[in-house]
Design a protein around this ligand. Structure first.
Ligand code: DBV
Length: 245
């Protein structure tokens, strides 16, 4: 079993237990894609669901041997909830492991928002970060999209990924599902507009700066990659255009 398969299996099992999951369309040709890179097969599989409160729950799983494993897992709430995004970027490259785990806020600097969506997970963050050293610099422009509970680490030992990172991933996911369970729909027009703007800001940033773009282009070509990014990984704008917004 590859390094991040247990993470994906666990997440889908727990989501299935705690939510009424519905299927979410994956564009044709993107469910599974393989290429041979320096004699090794690199397989990318996509997984997607939605629920009453969550617009898109999706994962991209790249399996390319011991030195290339990625699980990028993001949950995008519906636009009438002010829930944060669940964001996990679990990356293993020849240079080592790179782990990003967070509940990415819509309104990072709003104290009321922080009290509701960051304060409750700070104890979880504190419990895990003592075992997972801070990963150092990350792009300054990404800072507004992360919460104070951003778990960011570059473990050198794969066993740490299997144990400590897995434990943190499970705890963050449960805490996120607690938020989802408690969420109240928003109906106030100004608030809805602010949520929409914040979702679009996040999504455009992620699509534009996707750190996997170079890797995907090398493996599968530019055309496939751009379609994957805009048509599946960060698809809100496409979906809205299709719905006539
Ligand atoms: N990152 C993605 C998707 C991936 C993916 C969809 C399916 O958003 C993989 C694949 N992330 C991926 C890869 C790398 C990173 C790095 C392959 C390594 C790139 C390389 O070294 O060549 C968090 N991911 C990173 C980095 C950060 C994140 C900070 C290192 C810095 C960088 O290379 O940019 N997660 C990432 C991020 C946000 C997030 C930037 C922003 C809101 O949620």
């Amino acid at each position: 079993m590859t390094l991040y398969q247990p993470f994906l299996d666990h997440a889908l099992a727990r989501l299935g237990e705690r939510l009424n999951l519905l299927s979410y369309p994956i564009p044709a040709g993107f469910e599974s894609k393989a290429a041979t890179v320096r004699g090794e097969e690199v397989l990318t599989t996509s997984h997607a669901f939605c629920s009453a409160r969550l617009r898109q729950i999706r994962a991209a799983h790249v399996q390319g041997g011991k030195a290339l494993q990625v699980l990028n897992f993001v949950i995008f709430p519906h636009l009438h909830y002010d829930l944060p995004f669940f964001g996990a970027d679990l990356v293993t490259l020849p240079g080592g492991h790179l782990i990003a785990l967070d509940m990415q806020p819509l309104f990072r600097d709003d104290p009321d928002y922080q009290a509701r969506y960051t304060a409750p997970i700070l104890p979880v963050f504190e419990a895990h970060r003592v075992h997972l050293e801070w990963g150092g610099d990350f792009p300054e422009e990404a800072r507004p999209y992360f919460s104070p509970a951003f778990l960011w680490t570059r473990p050198s030992d794969t066993e740490v990924v299997r144990t400590r990172v897995f434990a943190a991933f499970c705890d963050y996911l449960e805490a996120y599902l607690d938020f989802v369970a408690q969420a109240e729909p928003v109906s106030e027009p100004d608030r809805l507009r602010a949520i929409e703007a914040a979702q679009l800001r996040y999504l455009r940033y992620r699509a534009e700066k996707d750190p996997a773009r170079g890797m995907f282009r090398r493996f599968y070509g530019a055309e496939w990659t751009e379609e994957y990014i805009h048509g599946f990984l960060f698809d809100l704008e496409r979906r809205r255009a299709a719905a006539g917004h």
